[in-house]
Design a binder for this molecule. Sequence first.
Ligand SMILES: Cc1cc2nc3c(=O)[nH]c(=O)nc-3n(C[C@H](O)[C@H](O)[C@H](O)COP(=O)(O)OP(=O)(O)OC[C@H]3O[C@@H](n4cnc5c(N)ncnc54)[C@H](O)[C@@H]3O)c2cc1C
Length: 392
Amino acid sequence: MTSPAASAPTFADLTTMGVGGPAARMVSPATEQDLVDQTLIVWASGDEWLLLGGGSNTIVADEGFDGTVIRVLTRGVDVVSASSPASPSPSDHPDRLVLRVQAGEPWDELVAYTVAQGWSGIEALSGIPGSTGASPVQNIGAYGQELGNSLAAIDFLDYDSGERRRMEAGELELGYRTSALKQGLRGLVIAVELNLHDTQSEASVLGGALSRPVSYPQLATALGVQLGDRVPLAQLRGAVLALRAGKGMVLDPNDADTRSAGSFFTNPIVSLAFSRTLPDAVPRWPLGEQELPDRVIPLDEYAGVGPIPGERSVPLVKLSAAWLIEHSGISRGFRLPGSRAAISSKHTLALTNTGGATADEIAQLARLVEARVQSEFGVILQPEPVLVGLDA
Ligand SMILES: Cc1cc2nc3c(=O)[nH]c(=O)nc-3n(C[C@H](O)[C@H](O)[C@H](O)COP(=O)(O)OP(=O)(O)OC[C@H]3O[C@@H](n4cnc5c(N)ncnc54)[C@H](O)[C@@H]3O)c2cc1C
């Protein structure tokens, strides 16, 4: 184990938000076996521990973390010949391709690779920072795709039992920006298995490898196609990257707006009954059965029509957090006097470090946004990133 680093690494260096104090200890395994071995050693030591991939969804307090950071640096992508047991047989889906990806593989490099190979399934998830191992934690999603659409299984090291096991996607309780891993299942994602489509066979007929059907209106508009159309994979990736860059949602050292954790708040999910008490202008979308999260915000308490603790029979709707923030009087670029934390100048949902901000400054801004939205609309925003030692 690489024990106490000579000069302790700080979370300001290890995370995309660029805030946070030192990590007391850190190990950085770069092979699958070393990752498993070192993780088991850290767990056996009784020390506090924290898994870290790209640090793009983690914000740590200025005091730092008095435990061991396990920084996952494993790399590798393998084509698995057999289809996943959870999936229909390959003969039902002759274009099915199963990839096994090491946890430390940078997510966007993986997407770029699959697009270049003509494999569809995760192309709309282009430009999301971070590691593949963290992708199931909050079931990453964007532009009409979610990891859950393609995830077959994970190779998992369970903290409670110390055992290594395969967990099918169906066991992971994937929902909108959530999973069992985010809701209390503790352990290490060693590798991720993805079901993709090898579009090469149709490419010769259609003149290029095509994406999955476009299902996000803004993306369809950018591409000049109809919802449900398929476009060349590289074209879809290019359009997503351009849309994301316009919102400061791709990492770019030349764009201070990208010094963030992406969207800081999830879109609130409320009951249909509660949503009817909100102004008509609030953008809202019915939540499909498959999208139901485990954690439902019991906002009906505020509306006085009774609690809705995760009842699947209660129709739910997703609200636009960005709209709620903007209409509670907080605009792009907003910052408190003297603070170096600001709302992104491109996207109200992102909190950014304009340079030299502290974690406290980020948390203070987050609390202000939450208080404004709650007092204006009675909606409680939930932070999306994993907060360590911080109250936001
Ligand atoms: C500019 C920007 C844009 C973003 N856009 C999006 C977006 O469009 N959609 C979206 O869903 N997210 C988005 N995000 C959030 C983030 O990129 C994703 O959540 C990503 O999956 C985090 O990966 P990471 O490796 O950086 O995670 P980290 O921040 O390192 O870790 C996040 C959590 O996962 C845990 N973890 C990390 N690795 C493992 C592992 N191997 N096993 C078990 N647990 C692990 C950590 O302990 C922590 O709890 C964005 C972030 C930024 C900065």
